[in-house]
Design a protein around this ligand. Structure first.
Ligand code: SAH
Length: 217
């Protein structure tokens, strides 16, 4: 059962999570503020797992996927360097938690998910919780040509290589944050599209579920 409720206990748990993320090196106050606001427990289906919702761990969601660990969400969001009003493409909607964090920061979010049941469930959840976003079902490798170009692109699944199509959907001056690598571990790449060329910087090792091409279901 989904408990659509957020109370003082949840708020206290979020304050502790924010302190924990600060301790782990997240300094961006706006990002910490968004994590402190978004009720992560409402993005996990089983309310029996309340404690897990505010622990710094990834957690299973339907279709064999995971809601990213809060530290990873905070790190990727910080790397995105968002300003309110930024047009953002998220690849891998999953639970919608990261989408909600982006929306809480004032981004205009377009999010794409390859699993139809997740797309449907999450679209409904975000609307119910009052987060404005544009949900799409499809293959994120193709991006969203009809909405491109984007100020920012955030990939929340592990890509085998930097997806060129997505780089092409970035505005000049735009940025993509994408975990790259085959197998269990990816490197967090921050890719800036400048008039002088593409600049990419490696920000260390993370673990993601794989980004799968041409496999909508
Ligand atoms: N941002 C999500 C993370 C979910 S895990 C959250 O906060 O919950 C990554 C998601 O990427 C999974 O739901 C998976 O189904 C999706 N995914 C993997 N490959 C994809 C692709 N090619 N296009 C769109 N979504 C994809």
């Amino acid at each position: 059962m989904n408990v659509v409720q957020d109370n003082y206990r949840h708020q206290g748990m979020r304050r502790r999570l924010v302190e924990l993320l600060k301790g782990r090196g997240i300094k961006n106050e706006r990002v910490l503020g968004a994590i402190g606001q978004v009720p992560r427990h409402l993005f996990i289906d089983d309310s029996a797992f309340l404690e897990m919702a505010y622990a710094d761990v990834a957690f299973p969601i339907p279709c064999g996927q995971t809601i990213s660990q809060p530290y990873t969400v905070a790190f990727q969001t910080d790397m995105l360097d968002l300003a309110p009003g930024c047009k953002v493409l998220e690849v891998g909607t999953g639970s919608g938690y990261q989408t909600a964090v982006l929306a809480a920061l004032g981004a205009k979010v377009f999010s794409i998910e390859r699993h139809r049941p997740l797309y449907l469930q999450t679209k409904d959840r975000l609307a119910r919780l009052g987060y404005k976003s544009n949900a799409y079902h499809g293959d994120g490798y193709k991006g969203l040509p009809k909405e491109a170009p984007f100020d920012r692109i955030l990939v929340t699944c592990g890509a085998a290589a930097v997806p060129d199509t997505l780089v092409g959907q970035l505005k000049m001056g735009g940025r993509m944050v994408v975990p790259v690598g085959e197998g269990d571990v990816q490197r967090m790449m921050v890719i800036d599209r400048r008039s002088t060329g593409i600049i990419s910087i490696d920000h260390g090792a993370f673990r993601f579920v794989p980004m799968l091409e041409d496999k909508t279901g």
